[in-house]
Ligand binder design. Sequence first.
Ligand code: BGC
Length: 767
Amino acid sequence: MKQYLQLDPWNIIEEGFDPHHHEISESVFSIGNGYMGQRANFEEVYSGSSLQGSYMAGVYYPDKTRVGWWKNGYPEYFAKVLNATNWIGINVLIDGETLDLAVCKVTEFVRVLNMKEGTLSRSFIAQTPEGKIVKIEALRFISIAHKEIGAIRYAVTALNFSGSLSLTPYLDGDVSNKDSNYDEKFWLEVFKEVTPDDAALTMKTKKLDFHITSVMAYSLLKNGEPLTVTPEMIHQDKYVAHQLQLEVQENDQVVLYKYVANVTSRDHDCDQLITVGRTHLTSAMELGFEALLQEHLTAWDVKWRESDIVIEGDVAAQQAIRFNIFQLNQTYTGEDDRLNIGPKGFTGEKYGGSTYWDTEAYCLPFYLSTADASIARNLLIYRYKHLEKAKENARKLGFSKGALYPMVTMNGEECHNEWEITFEEIHRNGAIAYAIYNYVNYTGDTAYLGQYGLEVLTEISRFWEERVNYVPAKDQYMMLGVTGPNEYENNVNNNWYTNSIAVWTMKYTLEVLNDLQKNEPALYDELINKMNLTEDETSKWCDIIAKMYYPHDEERQIFLQQDGFLDKDLTPVKELDPSNLPLNQQWSWDRILRSAYIKQADVLQGIFTLRDQFDLATVKRNFDFYEPLTVHESSLSPCVHSILACELGYKEKAYEMYLRTSRLDLDNYNNDTEDGCHTTSMAGTWMSVVQGFGGLRVKNGALCLNPFNPGHWKSFSFKVMFRNSRLKVTVGEHDVTVSNETETSINVNVYGNDYTVNGLSQIKVSL
Ligand code: BGC
């Protein structure tokens, strides 16, 4: 754990330059706009350790699978988010010496991520080996008002010399991924051009033919006055630049504005990319840096109005929750239903930037509550569009029908290649089905079911139907050879969570079918025909629902994570010598698998998801049994525990678990932030506040709140959108205030009592 960042409610601040922290900071200070994202790499040359990362959403590379022992059913490739053209680069030469923080003496270094405004700034004083001293002030943003545009203001002040200064803004397509199975580069040059006014570079991927065009232009000021310099136009392999040669006097300040438009063949024909890029760039230049920035700030202001959480009396918690919200908002904006949320967002390459069950199980509630319903709907449509591929995936694994959604995907095809996960961690199908329920329950958009949802539900139910096996001697259905959410157990029989979510899916699918038959018989007939759904199938589902086997311990009255779980040594984690932790770094895989230690919520994930099915005493018994065995070595784990602990009144536990997720990256808890931030688990942190401390649930179409103040804060407040209204819920030391920020009145239930909150008014209820 490294705590080197300053506390502040709206900013992440790094003071002083320590190269050991640099790659962590490159992740933490990343910026993005849903369309593209950028790690906080320096503009100028940096010869120290750095992970370069410029990502364009949806642009990926199918890197040929590399495994030691090939198994039938493995995918041919692992899709990787691509480190694309470096568009931020500006080389600086001071009287012939390269500005490089790895070799200069650096003082007064400050790097700031301004979360309110969505900007990254950096200032420092650098002394070159020859003794020339410059002050640099850089400000960068990726516009959320003009998604193709990134802009940089880069100011250089000569502090102790008069001489030459060379500034070279460039585009460099000769970039690589750290994570490349065969150490190859993924890009080929297609086109480049440098004119006195701009420079353009088009690169394409070696496979799949994704094209990215970047077009850049600049303007210069010297001591506040516009400056015209004839640039030297540089073309090199996969590289274009303008070299600007200047003479400066001591104390002169030169400001370079660099504007870049990045466009891709995902949105435009390849032969149009240069024209489209230039058009965006020209509009950006016409607006100018300040106006562009203003529009960007205004757009962020709207996002914060919809999603901010305010925590009074604890600046570390305040900063952390805003950091989580900021990352989620800059990773996914929901405008493009072909995009999704990778576990690292735009902050690193790990997990390939691909889609996991994290989206449905963790991220969906955040977008449901903080944005228009169309945003969350697009996350569902993404899976609907992948239904055919999910069916193909099931066929590939030998199923005669149904759909198995992939564990990891970019385009609907499975990319994951560890048999115990790819073939066995099938609970992911349940999360995708449950997300449909969650969306419809929250938004009331029942039309979604007939339009898209039912087809997905049916194919998933069909998969479960074939995946279970009937055991005549017991007259029960079982599910053998699976991996539950706890990946520290593989190839187990009857994972309680998987059996439960499978049955839940079939029940819900039948319910949706019945409702549709009653309410929209014509559409029902059309869909039954389209899907060829027979009564034999639905009767089979009913039989499975009635006769599913669930492992259970009579004595303790708990659900068993899987068959045989109680045969393990059940020594709780707190009795382990801490030198054993984290298990995934200290123990062999074999030892982990044999132990009872749980990586992340499993039975408790099921209880959390299907909460309405269990009384509080059942929740308590299972929580008390499983939590002490849990090592939380997935960032997705603590939030589920925090939310259940809130319900159980375990305030300290709830708060402890909350802290573990909320500052995970800011304090580099897991010593892995340099690989990227844990973006999907950030949605879990948000859930801990809103569903945990706020106790928000939707029951029978009504918003219910059950808030408590965890005691470490003077107050906290959160915003939620619900059915055309936006509410601000403030939980103080003695009471809860629910303010309706919109004009539509809304009914809410607080601590079991119903209230109407009229438009633009509020109610107060004692805690
Ligand atoms: C977790 C999975 C998760 C993945 C990506 C793994 O460590 O066990 O549940 O989907 O990370 O976040």
